[in-house]
Write a protein that binds this ligand. Structure first.
Ligand SMILES: NC(=O)c1ccc[n+]([C@@H]2O[C@H](COP(=O)([O-])OP(=O)(O)OC[C@H]3O[C@@H](n4cnc5c(N)ncnc54)[C@H](O)[C@@H]3O)[C@@H](O)[C@H]2O)c1
Length: 316
């Protein structure tokens, strides 16, 4: 069993990865500055440090714990916010990430696993579904910061023998995703429908996305603890679903009377993106298992229970 650092382990995806690592018998330490993460997401069986990944004190944690593996989830992840503050995105997602790499190098970490974004690094894909060989052509500073950081990983592997795996996710959804945030259309629509607020679909709603349930993403993260060294893997379904389809599925699941209302399209938004994950299937044996319908149903049920406590008077 390994001693693992999970950066961003109080966030949506990171907290599920922490739970799975602990369940598999690993020892887990979490670093998260709680910028978007929540303390209540952090599994009580891990050691938690409220700390910025850019903090020079990160090194002391590496020195003390001698981690075997680092699961690097911490990042700023809002496309639109990145357009407004690209410097901040570069600072956290690139400079903060390099601080993590420097600690890995100094304290002989065996491997780093990085959560990248298949939804952004390929920009508006030239062909679909986009595979890992597709050129990196992000259209926004968030995607550019995630793609930039990917380039550092082979550099550390070649010079310092730090192994890595890059997992490129499409749109991840599931329990603990912030229903009050600006990213994550599934949780946002569910949160609005449960509060009887009118969701607004950006543009014509025919944008196609690849929606993967967080439990499938967690499986990929478990698999690459001992597999997939120095490889890049997409982890998606390979098919696109429109925002309109997601809206109508959730409407039916929740018995919502929300109307299909469209707002102006978001500037620079990618029209269609979905990922070819044949390489993950072949090399890792990874395949998605939670169908969108089943995943939307269980996610809606989760939020019905958790949000009901916070917004009881508004829940039907
Ligand atoms: N959710 C998705 O659809 C998706 C898709 C592709 C890639 N990803 C990647 O997966 C990872 C996790 O994303 P998520 O959806 O769980 O987002 P999230 O915002 O829930 O999690 C990110 C975590 O990082 C923490 N964090 C942010 N800045 C930090 C800093 N400077 N120091 C320490 N901690 C910091 C936040 O507090 C949060 O807990 C990110 O790297 C993201 O780029 C997510």
């Amino acid at each position: 069993m390994a001693k693992i650092l999970v950066t961003g382990g109080a966030g949506f995806v990171g907290s599920h990865i922490v739970d799975a690592f602990l369940a598999a018998g690993h020892e887990v330490v979490v670093v998260d500055d709680l910028f978007t993460g929540r303390r209540e997401n952090v599994n009580p069986d891990c050691e938690f440090h409220e700390m910025d990944i850019r903090d020079p004190r990160l090194e002391a944690l590496f020195q003390y714990h001698k981690f075997e593996l680092v699961s690097h989830q911490a990042a700023l992840g809002n496309v639109r916010a990145s357009m407004e503050d690209p410097m901040r995105y570069a600072d956290v997602n690139v400079r903060g990430g390099v601080n993590v790499l420097e600690c890995c190098r100094k304290y002989d970490v065996r491997k780093i696993v990085y959560s990248s974004t298949g939804g952004c690094v390929y920009g508006e894909p030239r062909y679909l579904p986009a595979d890992e060989a597709h050129p990196l052509q992000p259209r926004d500073p968030y995607g550019a910061s995630k793609a930039s950081y990917e380039l550092y990983l082979p550099v550390y592997q070649m010079n310092y023998e730090l192994s890595y795996t890059i997992l490129r996710y499409p749109n991840v959804y599931g329990p603990r995703q912030d229903p009050f945030g600006e990213a994550g259309v599934v949780s946002i629509f569910i949160g609005q429908m449960l509060r009887n607020l009118q969701p607004i679909i950006n543009g014509d709603g025919e944008q196609l996305r690849d929606y993967v349930h967080v439990s499938d993403v967690v499986c990929a993260n478990l698999m690459v603890v001992n597999k997939g060294d120095n490889g890049v893997f997409n982890v998606g379904w390979g098919k696109g679903t429109s925002v309109n389809q997601v809206f109508h599925s959730l409407r039916a699941i929740l018995g919502s009377s929300a109307r299909e209302v469209h707002g102006p399209p978001k500037l620079g938004e990618i029209r269609q993106t979905y990922l070819n994950s044949a390489k993950a299937a072949e090399v890792l044996g990874w395949r998605p298992t939670v169908s969108l319908q089943a995943g939307l149903q269980s996610t809606a049920e989760y939020f019905r229970c958790t949000l009901a406590k916070q917004i009881a008077p508004q829940v039907a």
